[in-house]
Design a protein around this ligand. Structure first.
Ligand code: HEM
Length: 283
């Protein structure tokens, strides 16, 4: 044990010299250890007398080793590494994992969703997740896909500026802007908001055939605008890390053909204008 400790420290062990042993009479001299400061034993004569350290002192030093310094080092490293990792993962938001929007893979619900697959909810079942029950998550759907918007309860919960979107698929409202009235995914007729109003005093500037061709064109453009308007919000939720994907809305076969076409809401309808008279488009 003694020897192995000494070797580990890279020092040479010297037995006490004869002279020392004979000189001392009363007590056994303490063994000494020569510190390994010389490069080789041959040139000892040229050098200063070697510094001798009592072996007991070195042994005591070894025995005084405490693991706490190492533990402290490891803990400090883990702390710094954790801060760095938190900073990287949160995109510079926090050093201490206090992320307001942790990535999906750090959320238990997301893993549950991955494990159990997408949820399929009927409109009635989805309505139970409108935020009125604080113990339940808040779900909204757009174009049939459900997202969990619980992380933004202030906006989608009761009293929030967009509470109308919670607990339903309000695709129509995202385009018309009629949040309270258009809480439905039925998009039929929404394109009307982009169609010019028929006005005989203006429309007399075109022949019947011209007007017909123009109307077809206008409808095509209007449908494109509706599509783009909805797509904007579909992408907003699909690409938003704050709102994990939940599942899909279940609807009866043949829907919405089973229901009457809705009237365009007033605030969307009131923006419609007559066609521009040819040559007076800037008026
Ligand atoms: C068709 C029209 C509109 C739609 C569909 C719409 C939709 C939305 C949605 C879904 C959000 C929530 C975003 C999120 O989850 O972070 C939002 C936020 C917001 N919108 Fe609109 N918006 C519309 C018009 C407007 C208008 C006209 C204004 C301003 C007069 C406006 C002002 C805001 C503000 C200030 C926020 C942030 C609210 C908050 O975080 O509480 N929006 N909008």
């Amino acid at each position: 044990m003694y020897e192995s400790k000494v070797r580990r420290r890279g020092v040479g062990l010297h037995a006490p010299s004869k002279a020392t042993t004979t000189d001392s009479s009363a007590t056994e001299p303490e063994p000494t250890i020569e510190a390994d400061e010389t490069s080789s034993d041959e040139d000892v004569s040229d050098k200063q007398p070697s510094r001798r350290v009592p072996a007991k002192a070195l042994i005591d030093e070894d025995d005084a080793y405490t693991p706490w310094v190492d533990v402290l080092r490891v803990l400090s490293f883990l702390f710094v590494a954790s801060c760095g990792l938190s900073y990287l993962i949160s995109g510079g938001e926090t050093f201490f994992w206090g992320m307001s929007h942790p990535p999906n893979y750090m959320q238990l619900d997301w893993w549950k969703g991955q494990w159990s697959g997408p949820l399929y909810l009927t409109p009635a079942e989805l309505a139970a997740y409108d935020g009125s029950n604080p113990d339940k998550p808040i779900y909204l759907a757009i174009n049939g896909t459900i997202y969990d918007v619980t992380s933004n309860r202030r906006t989608y919960g009761p009293g929030g500026s967009y509470q109308y979107f919670a607990g339903c698929d309000a695709s129509r409202a995202y385009v018309t802007g009629c949040f309270a009235e258009d809480r439905t995914p039925d998009m039929r007729g929404v394109e009307e908001m982009y169609l010019p109003l028929d006005d005989p005093t203006v429309d007399k500037h075109w022949s019947k055939a011209e007007l017909e061709a123009m109307r077809n064109n206008e409808r095509e453009e209007a449908l494109k605008k509706v599509h783009e308007g909805l797509l904007h919000w579909v992408n907003f939720f699909a690409n938003n890390k704050k709102y994990p994907f939940v599942g899909y809305v279940k609807r009866p076969e043949g829907w919405p053909g089973t229901e009457p076409v809705r009237r365009l809401c007033d605030s969307a309808a009131q923006n419609r204008m007559p066609r521009k008279i040819p040559g007076k488009e800037d008026a």
